[in-house]
Design a protein around this ligand. Structure first.
Ligand code: PEP
Ligand code: MG
Length: 566
């Protein structure tokens, strides 16, 4: 059994087709007629453009518009004036087309690979792809097309390039294994769009596995089993049937609104940690972002990101979401989230200590930079600001006052922002839930953070195995906190969402509907599952379930009762 990165869910069972890279070697030489060589180069560019257009058209049919756009991105890259122009200059200087183009591509690959931005690094893979395409044409090497592969084929290749993926016939290719590539590579996106199970980055896969070898690919767990036993084949055949049935059912909910059985509408948004994750929200059919955990922008680096860097990140997410709601949470460090360069003191009780909004209100310069970046970015989408770990009304007032000051300053400077910017809070402490009536009068929305609310209500640490039996959002105490928060929000006329993990728990969903939750914020891959679950409940039925559940006295009783309904 081998393990790689699971990037496209599902089980593939079939025989390996090893896509060996054709040798693209040549001897660099000087040319005596540079003009003719430039003409040869231009003909090759035209041929590659035509081929890529055909690939884009085929992808439009098999995968969809968004995926075809990836190939169309290749077309602009192939015809990039700088890449083409500089190559022609080198040819005019006497180099052969192959050497000139390769050296220019390698220069771009070097630049893109060294960039921090994942999307830009992805461009390096794209340039590598077009470089091989062009060299193949110049050298007259026949391209390995997967379009002729028979049914039941599992592709094995070092790196799955978008142009290889474009040749895939969905009915024939049942799995993909590669040696390189990650979750966000274009190939991974294409594999997901084609719904082909894929496991990338299996170390030395090309030398370990053989052409024609039977194999199981589990794109949900990243497991690859060559030469499976009879029992393994049976087990995975069953898993595959189950997966396909479930996927078909969930796909019926793609592109639909989130509505209950009585037609009541809900908002189904996602939790993200990086601006690029916004693309996943779109991919998984989320309706926006209910929680952007900004602390991830502060991690894996050695200094606080500047206001402009933060602005760029928030703006990027807003632009990807194209007007869909984007709730950005202000920095939530401390507790279990450490950022070494920020020099937080070691505390005996970090979850009760100097964290989140408490830290920010004492470090005003840092907080101001973050708020200013968010407010500036609000000109580019439906951005809303959310404070974490509020426990008393003074914290909310102080944060809001800072926002008002920044808005005044931006107005004077003529810097655009959304004048109707909404400001809300996370209700994730017992204190906030208990004064939810007071807080609701002073903010525009609530989002219930059940991860912390459960811990603070039950006085237990979410990571401590000895008290794990207490940690559940289905504890009667936590359910009362949730019910109270939603009721107070409703009475004050503000929307109440939930962004803790419990929002995706099918057992809790009827209760949330009954209490009056208006927005569910879940991980992107859970969107369709949650939409399906919500669709089963009318308010009247949910009320019946809630009435019964709220009369039960133990977590076990609640769990058993709700599990029977889910
Ligand atoms: C929560 O506490 O429920 C929450 C969503 O925030 P985090 O998990 O980031 O603390
Ligand atoms: Mg929290």
């Amino acid at each position: 059994m081998f393990k790689g990165t699971p990037v496209s869910d599902g089980i593939g069972i079939g025989k390996i087709l090893l896509l060996e890279e054709a040798s693209l070697s040549y001897t660099p030489h000087s040319v005596s007629d540079p003009k003719a060589e430039v003409e040869r180069f231009r003909r090759a560019i035209d041929a590659l453009t035509d081929q890529t257009k055909r690939d884009a058209a085929s992808l439009r049919q098999t995968a969809g518009e968004k995926e075809a756009l990836i190939m169309e991105g290749h077309i602009s890259l192939i015809n990039d004036p700088a890449l083409k122009g500089e190559t022609e200059n080198l040819i005019m200087g006497g180099q052969c087309a192959e050497a000139a183009y390769e050296s220019m591509c390698d220069m771009f690959i070097g630049i893109f690979s060294s960039m921090e931005d994942e999307m830009m690094r992805q461009r390096a893979a794209d340039v590598r792809d077009i470089k091989s395409g062009l060299l193949r044409i110049l050298l007259g090497v026949k391209e390995v097309r997967v379009s002729d592969a028979p049914k039941g084929t599992v592709i094995l290749t070092r790196e799955l390039t978008p142009s290889v993926t474009a040749g895939i016939k969905k009915g024939n290719i049942v799995g993909i294994i590669t040696e390189t590539g990650g979750k966000t590579s274009h190939s991974a996106i294409l594999a997901r769009a084609l719904e082909i199970p894929a496991v990338l980055s299996v170390p030395n896969a090309v030398s370990i596995f053989k052409n024609g070898q039977p194999v199981i690919v589990d794109g949900s767990t990243g497991i690859v089993i060559p030469d499976p036993t009879f029992d393994e084949l049976n087990e995975y055949t069953e898993k595959r049937a189950h997966f396909i049935k479930e996927r078909e059912e969930l796909n019926r909910f793609r592109g639909l609104k989130t509505v209950g059985a009585d037609g009541a509408e809900y908002e189904l948004v996602c939790n993200i940690g990086k601006p690029d994750d916004a693309a996943k929200v779109i991919e998984f059919d989320g309706e926006g972002v209910g929680l952007f955990r900004t602390e991830f922008l502060f991690m894996d680096r050695s200094a606080v990101p500047s206001e402009d860097e933060q602005f760029a990140a928030y703006q990027k997410a807003a632009l990807i979401l194209k007007g869909k709601p984007l709730i950005i949470r202000t920095l939530d460090i401390g507790g279990d989230k450490e950022i070494p360069y920020m020099g937080l003191e070691k505390e005996d009780n970090p979850f009760m200590g100097f964290r989140a909004v408490r830290y920010c209100l004492k470090n005003k310069e840092l907080f101001r930079k973050q708020l200013r970046a968010m407010i500036r970015a609000s000109a580019f989408g439906d951005i809303r600001i959310m404070f974490p770990l509020i426990t008393c009304v003074e914290e909310l007032r102080e944060g809001k006052a800072m926002i008002e000051d920044i808005k005044k300053e931006l107005t004077i400077l003529g810097i655009p922002f959304n004048k109707d910017l909404k400001v809300g809070i996370m209700v994730e402490t017992a204190a906030a839930a208990m004064i939810a009536d007071v807080l609701a009068k002073e903010c525009d929305f609530f989002s219930i953070g059940t991860n912390d609310l459960t811990g603070y209500t039950m006085s237990c640490d979410r990571g401590n195995a000895n008290v794990a039996y207490l940690y559940s959002a289905l504890q009667p105490a936590v359910l009362r906190m949730i019910e109270r928060t939603i009721r107070c929000g409703r009475e004050a006329g503000i929307p109440v969402g939930m962004c803790g993990e419990a929002a995706a728990d099918p057992r809790l969903i009827p209760l949330l509907i009954s209490f009056g939750l208006t927005e569910f914020s879940v991980s992107a891959p859970s969107v369709l599952r949650v939409r399906k679950c919500i669709s089963k409940w009318s308010k009247a039925e949910a009320d019946k379930a809630a009435e019964k559940a709220m009369r039960l006295t133990t977590k076990k009783e609640v769990e058993e009762y709700l599990a029977g309904l889910a």
